[in-house]
Design a protein. Structure first.
Length: 278
């Protein structure tokens, strides 16, 4: 991405309150707020226009981060209809300051975002897949540029679901291993947490007490990320988790301390590696 100047306005003077964000020389605008400020957000004139929005919170079933992506010709009216959804605790809205976004444009953007969030797998996507909308070539190119600008702003507003997946190099000195019952998983630290590499093994059965981890593992199986091979599960692709402990818990079938269970080839624990780096 190109360098950019961001104008961030804290409406309440607090980074945890109502915020607006803009980029220089860009027609778009983002407005974000915690759920407790939804009534104030809905009064803003910008939300009377077409746009797309993201509801973020926690999936009540798995306890994992969750996101819902939607679009509307009148965002304010649509958001009022989401009051019955209790999983979300914050909302981020994108509109156009020159009011050039059409229904087809926002459906196109919604479809791209749902697809990207689903593939990244950093949060549970709470809505069903969107077919998006087909656009003329010139419109699609224009909306692709608009989307890239939105993606620049989202991490600033606390949303990382659409970050480009980190592609870690598998340098031997940085590789870490989690071993259990003869099975081995390989991974390494990343800027966003911890990645487990494709081909890694995980135990087939989970511990009875690890209900939340059971749900997470079942979701990975349903998505084809974990696949049974013989007496274990195999990672079919690289998967990034929020922490070494989450990664280790998936591998070991129950809650575990990733700082002690991930070790390098010399048997040094991740906790010891981090201590030597400080």
């Amino acid at each position: 991405m190109q360098s950019a100047t961001i104008k961030l306005f804290l409406v309440h003077g607090s980074p945890n309150g109502l915020r607006t964000a803009e980029l220089s020389n860009w027609s778009g605008k983002a407005i974000a707020a915690p759920r407790i400020y939804i009534s104030e957000l809905l009064k803003r004139e910008e939300l009377e226009s077409p746009g797309f929005y993201l509801l973020t919170g926690v999936d009540p079933d798995s306890g994992d981060p969750a996101i819902y992506i939607g679009e509307a010709e009148n965002v304010s009216k649509r958001l009022k209809g989401h009051a019955s959804k209790d999983f979300w605790n914050s909302v981020t809205v994108f509109v156009s300051k020159d009011e050039n976004l059409t229904k087809a444009h926002i459906r196109y953007l919604e479809g791209l975002l749902i697809d990207r969030a689903s593939k990244n797998g950093l949060s549970v996507v709470m809505n069903s897949a969107s077919s998006g909308a087909k656009l003329p070539e010139s419109d699609a190119a224009e909306m692709d540029v608009f989307l890239q600008k939105c993606l620049q702003l989202l991490p600033v507003l606390g949303i990382s679901d659409f970050d480009q997946k980190f592609e870690p190099e598998k340098s031997e000195e940085e590789l870490l291993y989690c071993r259990i019952k003869g099975y081995v998983a390989t991974g390494k630290r990343t800027p966003n947490g911890f990645v487990v590499f494709a081909g890694s093994q995980a135990v087939l059965e989970h511990r009875p007490s690890a209900n939340r981890m059971r749900i997470k593992r079942e979701q990975l199986v349903e998505r084809g990320i974990l696949k049974r091979e013989g007496d274990c599960l195999i990672f079919t692709r690289d998967v990034e988790f929020g922490s070494p402990s989450t990664a280790g818990s998936i591998v070991r079938g129950g809650h575990t301390n990733g700082l002690t269970n991930w070790k390098n080839n010399a048997g040094k624990q991740l906790k010891e590696i981090e201590a030597s780096e400080t």
